[in-house]
Design a protein around this ligand. Sequence first.
Ligand SMILES: Cc1ncc(COP(=O)(O)O)c(C=O)c1O
Length: 352
Amino acid sequence: MILLSPGPVVVDEEILLAQAKEMITHRSEEFSQLYGHLIERMKSYLPAEQAFIFTGSGTLGIEALILNSVKKEEKMLVLSNGEFGNRLAETASVYTNVQVEKLPAGKGWNLERAKEHIDNSDAQFFAIVHNETGYAVRNHIKEICSYAKSKGKYVLVDAVSAWPGTPINLDGYGVDFYVTGSQKGPGAPPGVALLWISKAGWERIESMESIPSIYCNLKKHKARYDKSKQTPNTPAVTIFYALKKSFELMDARGGIEQEVIRQKEISEYVRKRLKEMNFELIAEEGFESYTLTAFRADNAGEIKKKLWEKYKIKIVGCKGEFKENGLRIAHMGNFRKSEINIVLDLLPLVRG
Ligand SMILES: Cc1ncc(COP(=O)(O)O)c(C=O)c1O
């Protein structure tokens, strides 16, 4: 099988095998070493005041960051350009008042488009998706988040399909809360969310009087980490092993800077090949994702079906407006160019 879905992504054999170990308890010295090591690696890739690994999917990580930092009576401005931006707004609306501004499918947010919404908003919080997975659109978060930050807002970014293949640096981008999932860019199995929090973000959390969750209470996570480099509750130990191997493979490839270059190059390659076949790309020029590519195909369902039934290749459709006539090829994590070439070579045969 060739798996080119935008998560779970293909998991390297070395990563899969890294999980096949005798079970340890999360109250053991071995676990403390494992978790401590992962947090140190996360902070070396993306310097932050605090970093945590949460057992649960990306959505849990997003929800945890929101519920630990916003107050019910406050406001959050969410800029959305697709399914995941809408979900971010929906999640936030459980905990605070949300104002959501939307762009048409395929369009990306840049500062020019975002500025008036930020200027006209009295929200204390600002949130955006780094890479809108539904249409493979990369928002220009550096300029937008720095601006929102300069206006005194706390800034939260859903990077579930962005990290580590898309440039980011919390302080330089004005980001306080950043989160991804193990099953996407990290190239590990699904099961944990990776969270990074800036100094200002952590001070905000520390100042919160009440946090409406036991499991997601980040103060409890920090207290347990400080005490013993452990988690308050039972974590998905095997995924922690997998993640350690993912990081080792990433380091062996040249580390985080190389990861961004590798992602950028493969995305340019996939777009070039698709354009040569006269497929129309969905992402607006200048906003193309580094980690996956979406393109129009009137018979998307048929193409997907043929690729799966004849060749056991899994690609997925787009979300929202392009659900019926858009396809996505993911090239994140430990993607294999040879497999991407197979699907690109087959597209003329299956497009009908
Ligand atoms: C940008 C974005 N946000 C959030 C999610 C939800 O992540 P999860 O399914 O890990 O909860 C996804 C999943 O595809 C995503 O791409």
